[in-house]
Design a protein. Structure first.
Length: 86
């Protein structure tokens, strides 16, 4: 049940990040789930490093969405630099 819960939360966080990030992001379901899970994981890791969260404590929803938006921005810049766009 834990993996299913992770996928559902990852999807919700990924969708929220895509809705709040301006521009068109051509990402499928799996990429959206991975975006949300990655954002949550990085938010938790950074939060633990900064002392906001304790070990084993999950990151907050808002922070996870913000980090997911940052991942979208980075992904967009990498994709544009590979395709020759600025």
């Amino acid at each position: 049940m834990g993996i299913l819960w992770t996928i559902i939360l990852g999807f919700v966080i990924g969708v929220m990040a895509k809705l709040l990030h301006p521009g068109k992001d051509n990402m499928g379901f799996i990429a959206t789930v991975l975006l949300g899970i990655g954002g949550s994981f990085l938010a938790g890791a950074v939060g633990q490093y900064m002392g906001w969260y304790q070990a084993g404590e999950g990151a907050g929803f808002i922070v996870s969405v913000i980090v997911s938006i940052l991942l979208l921005v980075i992904f967009g810049k990498i994709r544009n630099s590979q395709s020759g766009k600025s």
